[in-house]
Design a protein around this ligand. Structure first.
Ligand code: ZN
Length: 469
């Protein structure tokens, strides 16, 4: 596409829906737990993402998109708010969401999610006129049977049915699935017999056996898990392809921006063998780097952006595509100026995991090519309390520079403290679970591995208590 034409179209995007122009539509797909590096277009080892790769060729691929946290609730809160969560943004429930602005502007707003943390219980329905969760069973409650039609079928079917009645109104649709999340039951790439000790699928019971040291994970087990995981990626990819087909069939594609991302990645056992099939316990790239794809009217095709961007930038971008000005005070910035050749958003992201009672067990700063992670030694006695990596020369984060580069370490540490200033003044976000969880939601969180399996007297403390090492 000629540059001038691309700029003209981008200007059209900025204009939103003027008189006579079709009303904008936005579909945001969140494929929970999808590591960026498993996509073909980002160097993945298997043909697991043909539709997402095609989407990248038709639109914009952000190669370095980073989540603020490595588990669902803080990441989704940051994504929807366009802000790094403080107590003002999230105090057990989401208190501000940019979806409200879309609804106020007359957009039909709907979400189809598979529950768990993506739930109205945590206020994530804020701004949505329709918020339907647990649309499918996610395959999580089916007892180890053949991987067949899981929750994703129903979730996407419900979303497509909703799209079928949207007519010519402006709309914002969120579709969220746990298809890629453990358990892994898609055997597209795992046709060989499993390694000894593992079954044909990778179940939550396996995650727990590994966690307890009852099942050692070595290269063979890792390769098996990767094959199963990539099967889930292929399945999720297929549904995105079908959703895209439906957008065209319904005549919506011409006015609809399709965004696809994830809330965090996954540890497939290559980092912490005891945490194979889990996430939320660390801030390494495999857990925080996510796909981010945008395709829509006025957006360039086949554009790859190497500048680091953050999930908090996504909703401000979609607001601008919708013709709305993002409110002041956000951490996120619209990425449209970057596509027009302007300055990228600040190349730094505050990172955090959560430990007991919502206190951060690790905080970090990903700044340009460097990443600093500070870990609570009580929560993480087996990792250095300070880690510093050069992502450009050491993308696998194996060589800790914290001792070798004291000045750089001090500089990043000071910046990290500055970035946490608002967290100190407004109070840290509170991810504690409510005292009374709806029974169905509690069962779902347990099935996802977020609560202990038997939970004799759930401590009612921190979010994700079973996963923080
Ligand atoms: Zn998640």
């Amino acid at each position: 596409m000629a540059t001038g034409l691309a700029l003209g179209l981008l200007a059209g995007v900025l204009a939103g829906c003027g008189p006579g122009e079709p009303a904008p539509g936005i579909v945001l797909v969140v494929l929970d737990t999808l590591r960026a590096d498993r996509l073909g277009c980002l160097g993945g080892p298997r043909p697991a993402s043909p539709h997402l790769d095609a989407l990248a060729a038709e639109g914009v691929l952000f190669e370095e998109a980073v989540a603020h946290a490595s588990w669902t609730l803080p990441s989704m809160a940051a994504l929807l708010a366009g802000r790094l969560p403080t107590a003002t943004v999230f105090d057990g429930r989401l208190r501000e969401s940019l979806v409200e602005q879309l609804a106020d502007a007359g957009f039909e707003t709907a979400a189809f999610t598979e529950g768990g943390y993506v739930s109205a219980t945590f206020g994530l329905d804020l701004g949505f006129g329709l918020f339907r969760e647990q649309e499918g069973e996610v395959g999580l409650f089916r007892g180890g049977g053949e991987a067949g039609k899981g929750g994703i079928e129903r979730t996407f079917a419900a979303a497509v049915a909703w799209l079928g009645q949207v007519g010519d109104r402006p709309f914002f649709l969120l579709v969220h699935t746990y298809e890629v999340h453990a358990p892994y039951r898609r055997r597209h790439f795992a046709r060989d017999p499993p390694p000894p000790g593992l079954g044909p699928t990778f179940e939550l019971a396996d995650v727990l056996r590994i966690r307890r040291g009852l099942l050692p994970v070595g290269p063979r087990e890792q390769a098996w898990l990767e094959a199963l995981y990539d099967g889930g990626v292929l399945e999720a990819d297929r549904h995105v392809g079908e959703l895209d087909f439906e957008l065209r069939r319904l005549g919506l594609a011409g006015r609809t921006t399709l965004a696809v991302t994830s809330d965090h990645g996954e540890d497939l056992g290559g980092r912490f063998p005891n945490y194979a099939g889990d996430h939320g316990h660390a801030l390494y790239e495999e857990q925080i780097r996510v796909p981010l794809l945008l395709r829509g009217p006025g957006l360039p095709a086949g554009r790859r952006i190497r500048d680091p961007v953050r999930l908090v930038d996504l909703l401000p971008t979609l607001l601008e595509i919708a013709g709305l000005a993002p409110p002041p005070g956000l951490d996120g910035r619209s990425l449209l100026p970057l596509l027009r050749g302007g300055d990228p958003p600040p190349p730094e992201t505050l990172l955090r995991t959560t430990g007991e009672a919502g206190k951060p067990a690790r905080v970090g700063l990903r700044s340009g090519r460097f990443k600093l992670v500070v870990s609570d030694p009580l929560a993480h006695p087996r990792t250095p309390s300070m880690e510093l990596f050069d992502l450009e020369h050491d993308p696998a984060e194996r060589h800790n520079l914290a001792e070798e580069e004291p000045e750089l370490r001090a500089r990043l540490r000071a910046r990290l403290r500055t970035l946490r200033t608002r967290e100190r003044t407004e109070g840290p976000p509170r991810y504690a679970l409510p005292r009374e969880l709806p029974a169905e939601l509690e069962a779902r969180l347990r099935a996802l591995g977020y609560l202990p399996p038997s939970a004799p007297g759930r401590s009612g403390g921190a979010g994700r208590p079973s996963s923080t090492p």
